[in-house]
Design a protein around this ligand. Structure first.
Ligand code: GLP
Length: 260
C-alpha cells in the first residue's frame, strides 16, 4: 500500500495523473468510478484535461461501485445520475459505456449476478477510484461485510445515512435504507486501486485502513491484502497516521520513473 500525503488539490491531481497515464497507454481501459464528495475534484480535473489537453474516454468503459435501491429513475441522487452529471456528461464516453448496478431491478439477485458478469466480460477493472466512509466502508460495504463478498444488496448503517443526508436536503430518513454494492471481493479484483480521502472526518477510518488489523469491522482494511493500492490523502485525513512522516519521506525520495 502506497500512502501519499499532500494538499486536497494535489490529491485530485495525482489521481487524475493515474487515470490519464492509464488512458494514454490503454485507451480502451476499464475504469471503476466512485460517487460521494471525495472524487469530485478529480472529476473536475479529468473534465478539464478532456477539454484542454485532449484526454479521451471514447474507447474506455466504466463501472460504478454501488447504487441506491428504490430511488425513482428521475431522482437526481441515483448514483447513475450523479456520475452522469459529475463526469460522464463532461467527457466523451461512448453511449452505453458507463455501467451501474440496477437499483430498480425487480429481481435484485439476478441484477447483482448480471453486474458481476458484465465486469468479468469487460476484462475486469484496470483502475478503481475509491473513497472511504467515516466508518471505514468501501463502496457500500458497511462494517461486518464479508471480506470476500460479491455484488449484493446491503442495508446502510444509521451513520452512513446521516453522512449522506446532505445529498437529500439534510433528511437522513430520505436516504434509502438499501443499496446494491460491489463486494469487497469484487473490488479486490481490480488491478489498481486508488483511494482518495480528505478532511479530518476520515482520519480515524484512514488510520484503521492503513495501520489497523485486517477486519470486517473496518472494511477498507482489506486493501492491505491488495498488491497495488495508492492511498491519496490530505494532511487532515492523514492526521492520525503513526507512519505519516515515513510516508512523506518515502514520497519525497521516490524515483521519478516509478510513477504511482
Ligand atoms: N457509497 C459511497 C462511497 O463510495 C463513498 O466512498 C463514501 C464516502 O463518501 P464521501 O466521499 O462523500 O465522504 O460513502 C458513500 O456513501
Amino acid at each position: 500500500m502506497e500512502v501519499v500525503i499532500g494538499s486536497a488539490a494535489q490529491v485530485a491531481r495525482w489521481a487524475a495523473d493515474a487515470v490519464e497515464a492509464l488512458l494514454r497507454a490503454r485507451p480502451d481501459a476499464v475504469l471503476g468510478l466512485a460517487t460521494g464528495s471525495s472524487p469530485l475534484a478529480l472529476y473536475d480535473e479529468l473534465a478539464r484535461r478532456h477539454a484542454e489537453a485532449g484526454l479521451s474516454f471514447a474507447r474506455a468503459r466504466a463501472f460504478l461501485l454501488d447504487e441506491y435501491v428504490g430511488l425513482s429513475p428521475e431522482h437526481p441522487e441515483r448514483y447513475r445520475a450523479v456520475i452522469e452529471r459529475e463526469l460522464a456528461s463532461r467527457v466523451d464516453f461512448a453511449e452505453g459505456a458507463v455501467h451501474a448496478p440496477d437499483g430498480g431491478a425487480a429481481d435484485i439477485a439476478a441484477a447483482c449476478a448480471a453486474y458481476e458478469a458484465a465486469i468479468r466480460e469487460a476484462g475486469g477493472v484496470d483502475l478503481q477510484i475509491l473513497g472511504i466512509g467515516t466508518d471505514g466502508h468501501l463502496a457500500f460495504n458497511e462494517p461486518g461485510s464479508s471480506l470476500a463478498s460479491r455484488t449484493r444488496i446491503k442495508t446502510l448503517t444509521e451513520q452512513t445515512r446521516q453522512d449522506n443526508a446532505r445529498f437529500f436536503d439534510g433528511d437522513a430518513d430520505a436516504v434509502p435504507r438499501h443499496v446494491l454494492t460491489q463486494g469487497l471481493g469484487t473490488i479486490m479484483e481490480a488491478r489498481h486501486l486508488v483511494l482518495l480521502a480528505t478532511g479530518r472526518a476520515k482520519a480515524e477510518a484512514v488510520h484503521r485502513m492503513v495501520e489497523g488489523g485486517v477486519s470486517a469491522m473496518w472494511p477498507a482494511s482489506v486493501l492491505q491484502l491488495h498488491p497495488h493500492v495508492t492511498v491519496l490523502l490530505d494532511d487532515a485525513a492523514a492526521s492520525r497516521l503513526q507512519l505519516a512522516d515515513h510516508f512523506r519521506q518515502t514520497w519525497a525520495h521516490k524515483p521519478a520513473w516509478q510513477g504511482l
